[in-house]
Design a protein around this ligand. Sequence first.
Ligand SMILES: NC(=O)c1ccc[n+]([C@@H]2O[C@H](COP(=O)([O-])OP(=O)(O)OC[C@H]3O[C@@H](n4cnc5c(N)ncnc54)[C@H](O)[C@@H]3O)[C@@H](O)[C@H]2O)c1
Ligand SMILES: O=C(O)C[C@H](O)C(=O)O
Length: 352
Amino acid sequence: MMSSNSLFQRLAKWCPWLLRDEPKKPVKVLVTGAAGQIGYAIVAMIARGLMLGADQPVVLHLLDLPVAANALNGVRMELIDAALPLLRGVVATSDEAEAFKGVNVAIVIGGWPRRDGMERKDLISKNVTIYKSQASALHQHAAPNCKVLVVANPANTNALVLKEFAPAIPAKNITCLTRLDHNRALGQVAEKLNVHVGDVKNAIIWGNHSSTQFPDASHATVSTDRGERPVRELIADEIWLREEFVTDVQQRGAAVIKARKQSSSLSAASAACDHMRDWILGTPKGTWVSMGVYSDGSYGVPEGVFFSFPVTCEKGEWSVVQGLEIDDFARSKMETSATELKEEKSIAYEFL
Ligand SMILES: NC(=O)c1ccc[n+]([C@@H]2O[C@H](COP(=O)([O-])OP(=O)(O)OC[C@H]3O[C@@H](n4cnc5c(N)ncnc54)[C@H](O)[C@@H]3O)[C@@H](O)[C@H]2O)c1
Ligand SMILES: O=C(O)C[C@H](O)C(=O)O
């Protein structure tokens, strides 16, 4: 006998409007450090559909430390007050097990941010122990196919700790945020050429989310009335591309801290939404983005570290863009960042 489900599918083939109003099941999204700056900026973006799509209901799981419980409750109250139709529930807690329970997406922001004058390496000892504990909660309580984005610094090395200590989650499901740097690179090119940032694409951030990253505009293009044109040709200033552009993107986080006395939050939250949306819903045809992923040795990058690569995404899977030409200048910059990541890894292991 035909099941009611398959009868429905056959009917829907002839009457497609039957499918139109089928409600999507809510996705459980965890935000750690949700009472902090980025947390405060990102929760409304997620509940407005900027991360998972305008038709995707969500249940938000918010985690922060017990000392931040009042502030976290305030965030919960504001989410209710915002009357967001996609928001189907809020779990606000300082209990890691409750926070990670059954989550499909985890945006891991909780940790200690860098202050003026600090380098990311200074953060390692403070943050890796937090990440070991959260890895255990991820391993035990998250949905097995949970997709994880680490924002908290040192982002690449925190992602490595999650990968090492949450073996239930596939390594491909753990990523870290370099999309902010990628977006900064697009922004710098757009300002230089006085074009709309939406017309610039295919910059690359190679390496660590730190001042050793290599922002690379040598494969980027701009959409013009005369079709796609290489940024290199339009800027025609190799010194700017190799020096000023690279330094400005590498140092942008520090420049924002100097100006605001706090690290980037609005742009970080927006980039985290971009990262997750493209990963889950796919990158537009002909466009790649930068993501920190577990290195498979592509482009001669050592395995065993999280490294930012150009990737395209389809059906919820990312793949590293292959076959790009790497000149000696790019190669040496990539090696510098890979060396820093190996050093961060060994420092982190001293504290684990
Ligand atoms: N990858 C990037 O592009 C990028 C960009 C900006 C900031 N960051 C990093 O993101 C992180 C958060 O930045 P922020 O400005 O929101 O900082 P913040 O200090 O405003 O917020 C951090 C929050 O994390 C909470 N927290 C600390 N330990 C925790 C734990 N064990 N479990 C749960 N919550 C915990 C704190 O109580 C606080 O509410 C920092 O590490 C910062 O350096 C990364
Ligand atoms: O630079 C920082 O410490 C904050 C953040 O990682 C950023 O890039 O803005």
